[in-house]
Design a protein around this ligand. Sequence first.
Ligand code: NAI
Length: 462
Amino acid sequence: MAEFDLIVIGGGPGGYVCAIRAAQLGLKTACVEGRETLGGTCLNVGCIPSKALLNATHLLHETHENFEKMGLMGAKPTVDWERMLRYKDDVIAGNTKGIEFLFKKNKVTWLKGWGSIPEAGKVKVGDEVHSAKAIVIATGSEASVLPGITVDEEAIVTSTGALALREIPKSMVVIGAGVIGLEMGSVYARLGTQVTVVEYLDAITPGMDAEVAKGFQRILSKQGLKFVLGAAVQVVERTKSGAKVAWKLRKNDAAGEIEADVVLVATGRKPYTAGLGLEALGVELLPRGQIKVDGHWQTNVPGVYAIGDAIPGPMLAHKAEDEGMAVAAVIAGRHGHVNYGVIPGVVYTTPEVATVGATEEQLKEAGRAYKVGKFSFMGNGRAKAVFQTEGFVKLLADKETDRILGCHIIGPGAGDLIHEICVAMEFGASAEDIALTCHAHPTFSEAVREAALACGDGAIHA
Ligand code: NAI
């Protein structure tokens, strides 16, 4: 038994960042993690491995689509799937070991095993009970699978299984046109798999600016993904060669079904809090299973805090990281702050999609007077040079004050470009502030400036 100022339960992006920051602020800190490696879902079976596969398959696609156009002739690469998976695993290992190193460097103790909270101020890991002045629950989330579906991670898979298929499937049905479905669908479509995405709602990526979602769907369709929208999935069952998905269209009850080698269930995630002993501890949960916290991420049990996917808000690694740093500051007696109005969201397809702030639909619904500045990557010289002219930047600003309210980008490097607007929004900047800022030529970021110019006297290259 050891005594700590803080024990963080969960070593994902929320938990490990919280632990490192707490140690930096002088707290004697431990982090409980039961996986073999640190990093949680994100590093082990989520963000990082999917980015490795997206990178490899994007390059494959480039060699087939664009190399000859640039005078790069010769044999087109074929895929050694085992080797590609090894590359992905090496990337995971490099990242998870990096966190282990950071723990050592910052003197964070890794308590290996699964933790529970037998009483406030105590954390049980295996047979040992440790004491802590404060406890942070950062246990993340797990796939939320439709009732009646049995996931075997072979023919019927979640994102975890989709990242480690034994072979490249000839066909795949993705249930859910959210971020996981579209990123993994893109990976396999580029590897030659026939991908059909079945989505309950009438548009892909629910919650995204409708114009952007529509443009995104058009681009993905051109890349070979097929979409069945407005379809309520009824049954998913294994067949001899794979699995079958049956649905009914919501508008007219028309039935449809499709068989594929693999079915990926990507219908969202839910908080993972099983085994923590929250009920006995009396920690209040919300109806959807999230832990209820106050403005300082404290639960109704004093000294027990929660962050990340286990509490309300977007289930994003960077949101969890921000909360991790903020709650560490609070526990160390400082001020902790997260601006929930400026949390970017990125889909790492090609082209990428990135958004921050309000969508046009949200502004309409709020009855807000706004203006739209749009600029297509067709008018961006750099995008032309690298065959990435699909997509646009859409900037939303207050009609009266010109203050930036939101930004939505489909296009090359969108996931990086969005941060210019995040910083601008943090500073309460106007579209004109962006328009008056010199942007290097030729860069993709000029498209952001042009969208800002379009909010004023007009874009130059439109
Ligand atoms: P999601 O919430 O993004 O999308 C789930 C989709 O499934 C929705 O479009 C929903 O309408 C649809 N759906 C739900 N029930 C359905 C049914 N019965 N039949 C057909 N469609 C149905 O969830 P997803 O993609 O599983 O991702 C989980 C979480 O992980 C999300 O919060 C996401 O933000 C996060 N994530 C983030 C990534 C990123 O930031 N790049 C990458 C991957 C995941």
